[in-house]
Design a protein around this ligand. Structure first.
Ligand code: NAD
Ligand code: MG
Length: 413
C-alpha cells in the first residue's frame, strides 16, 4: 500500500479532468488584473480544472493587454482572442508573436458581446467599469453563462431586466463585489428567511472630514482610499459613498430583497465585508483582509473553497473591528441609493449615468466634490419615471441623463 503525502504536489495542468474557459472583460483594470492573478494561482492549486484565459478585453491599452496575455503559460495556454473595445486602436495593432502568434485580435465594442456569448466560454468575468459593461454582461446572461459580476453598474441600470433574463436562461450571477460576496457566503444555501442585509462601508477618505473639507476636496484627496486600491471611478464613488448607494441597489436585485431590509454601517477597517441578520436575530458575518482576490476566486470556484493568495487574518496581532452609524447628512448619496432601490424602474439608469458624468467632471476640476450627488439627485427628480422599462428605454434615458448632467453641472460648476 502506498501512502498519500499530506500535501500532494499540484497535478500537471494538462492531465486535469476539466477546463474552464474564462472571458475576462476589463482585463487591464484593477479587478481584471487581480482576476488574471487568480487564474494563474488556480492553475497551480486546483487539481480539478485548468483555468484558461480564453478571451481578455481592454479598452485602448494595447500594450497592457498584450503584456498581460503574453504570460500564456500561467493562464492555461494562449488566449483565443484579445478584444480592444475602443475601435480607434485598430491602426496601432501589430502582429502578435511568440506565445501569442495564434491569438486573434479583434476591436470594437460589439466584440465584447461576441466574447461574452461565445459557446466555448464557460465563465465571464464582468470587470468593465460603468455602463459600458452593460451589453456584454447582458449577452453573457442571455447565453446562460456563469457570470462573475464586478460591474455593479449593470444591475444599477437594468437590475430588473437582468434578473428576469437570468431566470429565463439559467445564467448564474456570481457576486464579486466584496460586500455581496460576503452576503452570498453568509446566506449559503440556508433555507431560512433573511431579516436584514447589513452592508459595511469603509467610509472612504472623508469618513471623519467636515462638510467644509468635503466641499473643498480635490481629486487627489478623494482618490486616496484608506483601505482599498481600486480604479479611479470606484475610488471617487467610495469617497462620495455613491459606491455604497450603487451597492444597495445591487443587493436589492442580487438577493431579491426590498430596500427596507437593507442597511449600511460604517466599518473603517474593511475586514467585516458585510453581514446577514436572520429571523431569530442571529447575525452572520464574513471576515477577511481587504483583498479582492478572495471574492474573485470564490466566484470562480464556488461552491469549492481552495487556498487563496489573499493573506489570511493574522491571529498574533490585535484587530480592532469597529462599527459606526453612517452620517446621512454628509453622505447624501446613501439616501439617494435607498430611494432608487425602493422605486426601481428607470431610476437606477439615470442616477448611474448622471454619476458617471459628474465623476468625470470632478476629476477634470470642472465641478466641486459635493456637486456630484447634487447633480445626480436633480437628474433623478427631473426624469420621467417608468416602472417596467425595456432595454431601449433604459439606453435612451442613459443618453438623456448624460446630456442633462453635463448641462446641470455647467450650472453648478
Ligand atoms: P478600472 O478602471 O481599474 O478598470 C476598468 C476596465 O474597464 C479596464 O480594463 C478598462 O480598459 C475597461 N474599460 C474602461 N472603459 C471602457 C469602455 N468604455 N468600454 C469597454 N471597456 C472599458 O476599474 P475597476 O476598479 O477594476 O472596476 C471595474 C468594475 O468592478 C467596476 O464596476 C467597479 O465598480 C467594480 N468593482 C471594483 C472593485 C475594485 O476593488 N477595484 C471592487 C468591487 C467592484
Ligand atoms: Mg464593494
Amino acid at each position: 500500500m502506498t501512502e498519500t503525502p499530506a500535501n500532494p504536489p499540484p497535478a500537471d495542468p494538462s492531465t486535469r479532468p476539466g477546463v474552464q474557459n474564462v472571458a475576462v472583460l476589463g482585463a487591464t483594470g484593477s479587478i481584471g488584473t487581480a482576476t488574471a492573478e487568480v487564474l494563474a494561482h488556480l492553475n497551480r492549486v486546483d487539481d480539478r480544472y485548468r483555468w484558461r484565459l480564453w478571451a481578455a478585453s481592454g479598452h485602448h491599452n494595447v500594450k497592457g493587454l498584450t503584456d498581460l496575455a503574453r504570460d500564456a503559460a500561467r493562464f492555461g495556454g494562449p488566449p483565443e482572442r484579445l478584444v480592444f473595445s475602443d475601435p480607434t486602436v485598430q491602426s496601432s495593432l501589430r502582429n502578435l508573436e511568440g506565445p501569442l502568434q495564434a491569438t486573434e485580435q479583434r476591436w470594437g465594442p460589439e466584440e465584447l458581446v461576441g466574447a461574452a456569448s461565445h459557446p466555448e466560454v464557460d465563465v465571464v468575468v464582468a470587470a468593465i467599469v460603468g455602463r459600458a459593461g452593460l451589453e456584454s454582461t447582458l449577452a453573457a446572461v442571455e447565453s446562460g453563462k456563469r457570470v462573475a459580476l464586478a460591474n455593479k453598474e449593470t444591475l444599477v441600470v437594468a437590475g430588473g431586466l437582468v434578473q428576469e433574463r437570468s431566470r429565463a436562461t439559467g445564467a448564474q450571477l456570481l457576486p464579486v463585489d466584496s460586500e455581496h460576496s460576503a452576503i452570498w457566503q453568509c446566506i449559503a444555501d440556508s433555507p431560512n428567511r433573511v431579516r436584514r442585509l447589513i452592508l459595511t462601508a469603509s467610509g472612504g477618505p472623508f469618513r471623519t472630514a467636515t462638510a467644509a473639507q468635503m466641499e473643498a476636496a480635490t481629486p487627489e484627496t478623494a482618490l486616496a482610499h484608506p483601505t482599498w486600491q481600486m480604479g479611479r471611478k470606484i475610488s471617487i464613488d467610495s469617497a462620495t459613498m455613491m459606491n455604497k448607494a450603487l451597492e444597495i441597489i445591487e443587493a436589492r436585485w442580487l438577493f431579491d430583497l426590498p430596500a427596507d431590509q437593507i442597511e449600511v454601517v460604517v466599518h473603517p477597517q474593511s475586514i467585516i465585508h458585510s453581514m446577514v441578520e436572520f429571523e431569530d436575530g442571529s447575525v452572520l458575518a464574513q471576515l477577511s483582509p481587504p483583498d479582492m482576490r478572495l471574492p474573485i476566486q470564490y466566484a470562480l470556484t464556488h461552491p469549492r473553497r481552495l487556498p487563496c493568495e489573499a493573506p489570511p487574518l493574522q491571529r498574533n496581532r490585535r484587530w480592532d473591528l469597529s462599527l459606526e452609524p453612517v452620517d446621512l447628512e454628509r453622505f447624501p448619496a446613501l439616501d439617494l441609493g435607498f430611494q432608487v432601490a425602493r422605486v426601481g424602474g428607470t431610476a437606477g439608469a439615470v442616477v448611474n449615468a448622471a454619476n458617471e458624468v459628474a465623476v468625470g467632471l470632478f476629476l477634470n476640476d470642472q465641478i466641486r466634490f459635493t456637486d456630484i450627488v447634487t447633480v445626480c439627485r436633480k437628474i433623478m427628480e427631473n426624469h420621467t419615471f417608468e416602472e417596467r422599462p425595456t432595454l431601449s428605454t433604459l439606453l435612451r434615458l442613459d443618453r438623456w441623463a448624460r446630456e442633462e448632467a453635463t448641462e446641470c453641472a455647467a450650472g453648478v460648476g
